[in-house]
Design a protein around this ligand. Structure first.
Ligand code: GDP
Ligand code: GDP
Length: 449
């Protein structure tokens, strides 16, 4: 008898310290296929239509027990015009977010101008790069891979993403290239809390950033333990100092090329990954959209603390606010745990109140419940509301422990599988008893059959 395969309810557990690996390269070299190969599943969609925006670009991956986040930059195919420039930009973006870069070339085609454009960008960066010469489906093609030495990026690893050939050596090299202690753990955790301002275009992200940064600029050297990424800014809000993630991205507003939406979602995802707390900016004067909900889901999936800022409050009247309330009840029930602040980035209304909400969310995110308290809670819960009998058996919770904080993650050891509805019930009760304001809560089952 032993513990069954862990059943995870909701999103996979994401830890802060996971290094980020960006997969870059021109279209059709096999990036998505390689991502799938590394994930060992068919999660990344390969047959995307050109130009179609893909929301999901980052995945939790694991090699030999080492966990990392894989960012697939393959979701966007440029039209022929300005291809090299577009790809170079993609690479730049990837580099700014990643701890290491997996650069994929097609060994059967040889190096192209577009490959060279990426290489120029990669050379300028100080990030480790591992070169995958893909489509080496058999031994005969290995000589082709060797010609990739001419890119000047060191040893080309011959792989076949399609058949799995060589992917083990590639992953070994990739993980060897990542510094043991990634930046989050070492540097950033010592400094101010990392906050990302996210939201769809035109909701007021850059207006909010300007309001925060211009009013209360902080002299960076005054803040101990900070080495600031050039894309970040340190600001003071309501007496608290924060590191705002990827403000360069917010200021830059890439809007020219087709595909800007894809870049925007890539940046959003990257900012979420690096953040501890996300401020989700919503335009309160307009109806909520699917895009708002998708970004909120990404934040929850990534396991980040969340504050929802309803911006442009100055534009709302009685009627709009009534509608908004209804929209919130209908569409945001799943995020009821997030603190909300009604702000105007234009007038500055309530902007300083964000810090209270950020602090509350961060505290909820870091809450730790002692094993004793947790099991007393689980005992009471099971006595009052036992799991329904399934197939003549009564699945029971034997023991529980909080496996992680940031976000709070609970592992329940059970006899038999538990219904998803029961797990959601447990999550709801956990929130009622312990709070976890502003934080996703994950409940995982380790079932003994
Ligand atoms: P991306 O645009 O870089 O993400 O490329 P895809 O992963 O979509 O792959 C482009 C095409 O190359 C698809 O038709 C794949 O099936 C094919 N492909 C990917 N990897 C390999 C490989 O290792 N060998 C061969 N022969 N074809 C591959
Ligand atoms: P971003 O794309 O999310 O960075 O949005 P911007 O900050 O560029 O704002 C988009 C537009 O909304 C601009 O014209 C802003 O002046 C306007 N805007 C932003 N915040 C507010 C607000 O609180 N009230 C009003 N009335 N307009 C705002």
């Amino acid at each position: 008898m032993g513990w069954g395969i862990p059943q995870s309810e909701g999103a996979p557990v994401t830890e802060l310290a996971k290094p980020i690996v960006a997969v870059v390269g021109r279209p059709n070299v096999g990036k998505s296929t390689l991502v799938n190969r590394i994930l060992g599943r068919r999660e990344a969609v390969v047959q995307d239509q050109p130009g179609v925006t893909r929301d999901r670009v980052s995945y939790d991956a694991n090699w030999n027990g080492r966990e990392f986040v894989l960012v697939d930059t393959g979701g966007w195919m440029s039209d022929a015009k300005g291809m090299a420039a577009a790809i170079a930009e993609q690479a730049e973006l990837a580099i700014s977010m990643a701890d290491a870069v997996l650069f994929v070339v097609d060994a059967t085609v040889g190096t192209t101008d577009e490959d060279e454009a990426v290489v120029r960008v990669l050379r300028r960066s100080k990030k480790p790069v591992v070169l995958a010469a893909n489509k080496v489906d058999d031994q005969r093609h290995e000589a082709l891979a060797a010609t990739m030495w001419n890119l000047g990026l060191g040893e080309p690893y011959p792989v076949s993403a399609m058949h799995g050939r060589g992917s083990g050596d590639l992953l070994d090299a990739l993980l060897d290239s990542i510094p043991e202690a990634p930046r989050e753990q070492d540097v950033e955790e010592a400094g101010p809390r990392r906050v990302a301002i996210v939201g769809k275009p035109n909701v007021g992200k850059s207006s909010l950033l300007n309001k925060l940064a211009d009013q209360q600029r902080v002299v960076v050297s005054d803040v101990s333990g900070t080495t600031v990424d050039p894309v970040d800014e340190i600001v003071e809000v309501g007496g608290q100092v924060y590191r705002l993630i990827d403000t360069a991205g917010i200021r830059r507003r890439v809007k020219e090329a087709s595909g800007h939406e894809y870049y925007a979602s890539l940046r959003t995802q990257a900012a979420i990954e690096r953040a501890e707390v996300c401020i989700m900016v919503v335009d309160a004067s307009e109806p909520l959209t699917d895009q708002d909900l998708r970004i909120l889901s990404s934040i929850e999936e990534a396991g980040r603390a969340l504050v929802i800022a309803f911006n442009k409050w100055d534009l709302t009247d009685e009627e709009r606010r009534r509608y908004l309330e209804r929209e919130i009840e209908r569409d945001l029930v799943a995020f009821r745990w997030a603190p909300t602040v009604n702000i105007s980035a234009l007038t500055g209304r309530n902007v300083d109140k964000l810090s209270k909400a950020i602090e509350a969310a961060a505290a909820g995110w870091e809450t730790r419940i002692s094993t004793g308290k947790l099991n007393a809670f689980l005992g009471r819960l099971a006595a009052a509301h036992p799991h329904p009998v399934r197939g003549g058996k009564q699945p029971r919770i034997l023991f529980g422990t909080q496996a992680q904080t940031s976000p709070p993650t609970f592992a329940l050891f059970t006899s038999g599988q538990m219904d998803a509805t029961y797990l959601r019930f447990i999550e709801r009760r956990l929130r009622e008893d312990f709070g976890f304001v502003g934080s996703p809560v994950h409940v995982e089952i380790r079932a003994r059959e």
